[in-house]
Design a binder for this molecule. Structure first.
Ligand code: BGC
Ligand code: ZN
Length: 598
C-alpha cells in the first residue's frame, strides 16, 4: 500500500500546507449546551465484519467549523450557500496575544480591509486545545471589533476557539458579522502559524440549509513555497519609456536603463498595459505634472497593469507571475499628516504627496519598474484583459464608498435610488456601471447624440442615455424624474452645479472632474445655498483612491465581467508603445491603452 498520501502530522506538509483543523473524536470538548460527539464503530474488521463502518453523531458547531447566516438570522442563507471563492484564497493571520477581549482598538493597528480573510490568533491556540474540558475564559471579540470587521467588509474571520464572541454580547457579535455576510470560522488550531500572509482553504461540509458545518481548514504561507521561481529573464540593458520634458515642451519615446534587482520589500515589475486619461493629456500639454526631484523628465503612466518579475528578499506575498495594479499616490513625509501615516494618502492634508506618473515620481509607461509591494494590489488572472481599468474604476469605487457612508446617516434603506452620471468619458461610464451593477436606476447625461455609439454602449449595460442636445439639464427631471445621486465626471462647472436642479431632497452630488482654470462664472448662489440647506443635500469632491478602493474596484470589475462583459471590453482601444506620443496628443478610443504585449 502506498502510504505517502497518509503521512500527516499537522505540521507543514510537502507543499507547505498547514492543517488548522481540530481532530474529531468521541466525547470531545464542545460548546456548552450543544450536542456532544458520539463516534462508534457499528461494524469492525476485528469483530469479523467485512469492513469497519462508523456512526458519527455531532452538533454542526463541533470542532473546527463554519457559522452560516441562518445560525442567527431567520431565513438567511445556510452553510451550503457560501461561494467556494469566499472560502479559498489569500488570508492574513494576525496575533492578538494576552488579551481576553479583543476590541476594535486592538484591531486598529492592523491593515484590515474589504475582502480580507482574517485569522485571529489568540492565547486560545496554546491553552484551550490540550485540555478535555471547555475553557470558559477564552479570548474572543467584542461588538466593537465585530462592527469594525463588518464595516471594513472583511470576507472571513477565524478564531482559535469554539466561539467568536462570549456570553450575551457574543450573540450580538455573531449577528453583526453574519448580517454583514462575513464567513465566521471557529475552532481553529492556530498554534502552528505565525502572523503573516497565507493562502487558505476552508471547506465546510455541504449540509443543506445548515446553520453551521465542520470544516477542514489549511493554510500555506505565501512566502514559503518550496521553489520560488527567480526571474527567468531578469532584464538587463535598456528599455523604452514615454517621457514628458516640461522645459522643452516635448513628449518623447526614449531609452532608459532597466531598474536594478529589487531590494527589501521592492518588487520588479514588467508593465503589461497602461491606460491613458485626461490627466496624462494635460501633462503632455504641459499644464500639469512635475518630474521627480532633480529630474527634468517625467515618465508618464499611472493607470498600470503589471506582472511581478522578481520579488525582493523581504516581500510577503507578491510572487513572480502575479498580476498587480500599482496604486498611484505615495504618502507625504510630513509627520503631522495623519492620513498619510495611516496609509490613506488619497486624503493627504499637506499636498506634499507624490503620484507615480503625475507629480514628483516616475510612472509606468516604460517596460520595467520597481515598486514596494505595499503599494501593489493583486489582480486575478481572469481579469488580465480588463484590469487596466482598475485604477480609473477605483475613483468610482471610492466615491461609492463615501456615498454609502453619507447614506448611512438615515438609519434606514431607501427604495430603489435614481442615479445620474454627468459625462460619458471612461470615468463617467465606469461610474454608470457601478450604479447599474448596484441596482441604481442609471441615467447618463452627455453631449453625444442619442443615436450615437456612446448612447448605444450606455444602453447595452442597461442604463438610460440622455443627450444634452435633446434635454437640457434643467429640464431633465421632466424626462427622468428627480435624482438621488449624481456622479459628475466631466469637469465642467456649469454642468456639475446645473445638476443641483434635478437633485432630490437628501440628494448627493459627487464631483470627480477637475475643471480647467478660467475666469469667474456668475450665478445665483443664494438659490443654490437655500436648496442645499432646505433639502439636506450633500456635495463632495473625491480624488485618487485608497488601497481598499482598489480592492473594491477589482471585485466590481469581476462583477461587471459577469453582468455586461461586452460593454466593458468595448471601452478599450489598444495601441503599441510607439503610438503613445500620438495617442497622448489625440485620443482615439474611449479608453486608449498602451500595451507592451509582444
Ligand atoms: C488620477 C488620480 C490622481 C489625480 C490627480 C487622476 O487622473 O487617477 O490618481 O490623484 O489624477 O493627480
Ligand atoms: Zn500627506
Amino acid at each position: 500500500m502506498k502510504t505517502e498520501n497518509f503521512v500527516f502530522d499537522g505540521v507543514a506538509g510537502r507543499d507547505g500546507w498547514i492543517d488548522l483543523t481540530v481532530g474529531i473524536r468521541h466525547d470531545m470538548v464542545h460548546y456548552p449546551g450543544d450536542p456532544g460527539v458520539e463516534l462508534k464503530q457499528t461494524k469492525h474488521l476485528d469483530r469479523g465484519d467485512p469492513a469497519t463502518v462508523s456512526h458519527l453523531s455531532l452538533g454542526v458547531h463541533t470542532g473546527t467549523h463554519v457559522d452560516a447566516p441562518v445560525h442567527f438570522i431567520g431565513g438567511a442563507p445556510g452553510v451550503d450557500q457560501f461561494s467556494i471563492d469566499a472560502l479559498i484564497g489569500p488570508a492574513t493571520v494576525i496575533e492578538i496575544l494576552d488579551k481576553e477581549v479583543c476590541t476594535a482598538q486592538d484591531l486598529a493597528a492592523y491593515d484590515i480591509h474589504a475582502g480580507q480573510r482574517l485569522l485571529l490568533r489568540t492565547n486560545n491556540s496554546n491553552r484551550c486545545w490540550n485540555v478535555d474540558t471547555f475553557v470558559e475564559d477564552y479570548a474572543h471579540l467584542d461588538t466593537s471589533a465585530a462592527r469594525m470587521l463588518a464595516e471594513r467588509k472583511v470576507q472571513m474571520v477565524g478564531i482559535d476557539y469554539l466561539s467568536i464572541g462570549r456570553g450575551d454580547e457574543g450573540l450580538e457579535v455573531h449577528r453583526i458579522l453574519l448580517r454583514a455576510g462575513v464567513v465566521i470560522v471557529e475552532g481553529l488550531d492556530l498554534s502552528r502559524v505565525r502572523a503573516g500572509f497565507y493562502d487558505i482553504i476552508c471547506l465546510p461540509l455541504k449540509i443543506l440549509g445548515g446553520d453551521g458545518a465542520p470544516a477542514r481548514v489549511a493554510v500555506r504561507h505565501r512566502g514559503a513555497q518550496a521553489a520560488r521561481p527567480q526571474a527567468s529573464h531578469a532584464p538587463t540593458g535598456t528599455m523604452r519609456a514615454v517621457v514628458v520634458i516640461p522645459q522643452e515642451k516635448s513628449v518623447r519615446l526614449v531609452e532608459r536603463s532597466v531598474p536594478d534587482r529589487p531590494r527589501g520589500s521592492d518588487v520588479l515589475l514588467r508593465t503589461v498595459e497602461v491606460g491613458i486619461c485626461g490627466t496624462d493629456r494635460e501633462i503632455s500639454s504641459f499644464e500639469y505634472g512635475t518630474p521627480p526631484p532633480g529630474a527634468t523628465e517625467l515618465v508618464l503612466g499611472h493607470e498600470a497593469l503589471a506582472e511581478v518579475i522578481e520579488a525582493g528578499p523581504d516581500v510577503h506575498w507578491a510572487r513572480p507571475g502575479d498580476l498587480v495594479v500599482p496604486t498611484v499616490r505615495r504618502p507625504c513625509k510630513i509627520p503631522r499628516c495623519t492620513p498619510c501615516r495611516q496609509g490613506r494618502q488619497d486624503f493627504c492634508i499637506t499636498g506634499e504627496f507624490s503620484e507615480r506618473g503625475i507629480v514628483r515620481a516616475d510612472g509606468f509607461l516604460c517596460e520595467y519598474s520597481i515598486e514596494d509591494e505595499y503599494f501593489l494590489v493583486p489582480v486575478p488572472r481572469v481579469l488580465e484583459g480588463v484590469a487596466v481599468l482598475v485604477e480609473p474604476l477605483s475613483i468610482a469605487a471610492k466615491a461609492a464608498d463615501v456615498f454609502k457612508t453619507i447614506h448611512s446617516r438615515f438609519g434606514f434603506d431607501m427604495p430603489r435610488l435614481r442615479g445620474l452620471v454627468l459625462g460619458a468619458g471612461p470615468v463617467g461610464l465606469l461610474g454608470a456601471m457601478v450604479f447599474q451593477a448596484q441596482g441604481i436606476e442609471t441615467h447618463v447625461f452627455s453631449r453625444e447624440a442619442e443615436d450615437g455609439d456612446r448612447a448605444k454602449l450606455v444602453r447595452s449595460f442597461g442604463a438610460n442615455y440622455v443627450s444634452v442636445g435633446r434635454t437640457p439639464l434643467d429640464r431633465l427631471s421632466e424626462r427622468v424624474g428627480t435624482i438621488d445621486v449624481i456622479f459628475e465626471a466631466e469637469g465642467v462647472p456649469e454642468v456639475a452645479f446645473g445638476g443641483l436642479d434635478p437633485l432630490s431632497a437628501n440628494g448627493v452630488l459627487i464631483l470627480t472632474g477637475v475643471p480647467a482654470k478660467r475666469g469667474a462664472i456668475s450665478t445665483d448662489l443664494s438659490r443654490w445655498m437655500r436648496d442645499i440647506v432646505l433639502k439636506n443635500q450633500v456635495i463632495f469632491g473625491t480624488v485618487n483612491a485608497g488601497r481598499s478602493d482598489y480592492e473594491d474596484a477589482v471585485r466590481r470589475l469581476e462583477q461587471f465581467m459577469v453582468l455586461f462583459p461586452e460593454a466593458v471590453l468595448s471601452l478599450l482601444n489598444r495601441v503599441a508603445i510607439d503610438q503613445a506620443p500620438d495617442v497622448l496628443a489625440r485620443g482615439r478610443g474611449i479608453k486608449d491603452v498602451v500595451t507592451f504585449a509582444a
